[in-house]
Design a protein around this ligand. Sequence first.
Ligand SMILES: NC(=O)c1ccc[n+]([C@@H]2O[C@H](COP(=O)([O-])OP(=O)(O)OC[C@H]3O[C@@H](n4cnc5c(N)ncnc54)[C@H](OP(=O)(O)O)[C@@H]3O)[C@@H](O)[C@H]2O)c1
Length: 340
Amino acid sequence: MNKKFFPVVALILSAGAINAVVAQTNKPMMKAIVIHQYGGPEALKYEDAPRPEPKDNQVLVKVIAAAVNPVDAMIRSGKYAKVFGTTLPLIPGYDIAGIVEKSGAKVTRFKPGDAIYAYPMWGGGYAEYDLVDETETALKPKSINFVEAAAVPLAALTAWQALIDAAKLSPGQTVLIHGGSGGVGSFAIQIAKTRGAKVIATASTPNQEFLKQLGADVAVDYTKQKFEDVARDVDVVLDSVGKDTLARSYGVVKKGGFIATLVARLDQAELDKHGIRGASISVKPNGAQLAEIGKLIDDKKIKPIVSEVLPLTDAVKAQEQAATHHTRGKIVLKVAEEPK
Ligand SMILES: NC(=O)c1ccc[n+]([C@@H]2O[C@H](COP(=O)([O-])OP(=O)(O)OC[C@H]3O[C@@H](n4cnc5c(N)ncnc54)[C@H](OP(=O)(O)O)[C@@H]3O)[C@@H](O)[C@H]2O)c1
């Protein structure tokens, strides 16, 4: 296994199974972005694909919106296909919001017509219809539209599982959040504030005011200032950058503290040297956590940030932007009109 990318393996393993969905025949058709050959953005083809059928534990969702994540480009490249077990053809997309079209025989919590959002483990979000397991799904927060809802699942679950499940962030603690203006970081800041933590967040110059708007107590411009000069003796670090940023982060955590990284393996010798613990996070779908996050959204404690909305046909442009690693909040593909 490629050690560097192991945290996203669980996420990407799912893509292989999409093959089976795409390969079905004699089914009703739908529009989708299909990858037949790994490669650059040009590998994304807008075309007709068979509409999938839900298994007993799944719901078929009419997708209204699907968000784009940095991992989508990694899957598309095929560079790690062997490691991740992906097979072609596949439909990318790990964030959807839409309406339940059909429920599998054993589904009890969702019925046709329900507005839902989900991180589908099996991908397939860049399409008019997608399948999600019942356990991956939650009712869409009522106070936001489908485009905003699609921006939530994968990024917010990552922040939640890193800060709450892994780091056990608690009131009064201080957390340093790298990449605070991005998809994960923008949720992480808000989630940390709901936990009563003090937040120090990093981003580049144009995002300094934005970090404050998200609730950061201290904003650090990583292009102008070393975060070590501001963040000392923090309880928790959330790292979404890796490399030098992660290497320099061990030293700012107080003894007994915690580093959660999304993009690398941790150096056990460094953890031991500083008397701290850590985890490499691999986000998992979780409908129950999405329901909790949804309540915080409806209570106006958390707000999804959508920087750009593009039609499904512009998936190439959307992935090119996401691959810059400088997106503010999320880019969302609008697949169908918002229901009235
Ligand atoms: N392991 C997992 O389960 C998992 C889950 C989700 C995401 N991820 C990974 O985590 C990373 C972040 O995901 P994302 O969706 O949040 O990405 P994103 O939306 O592209 O955000 C990246 C953020 O990082 C900031 N940034 C770039 N260089 C930086 C630096 N040197 N120091 C501090 N901040 C910097 C950018 O801010 P500026 O524009 O201001 O530079 C931007 O806000 C990606 O590599 C993604 O693949 C892993």
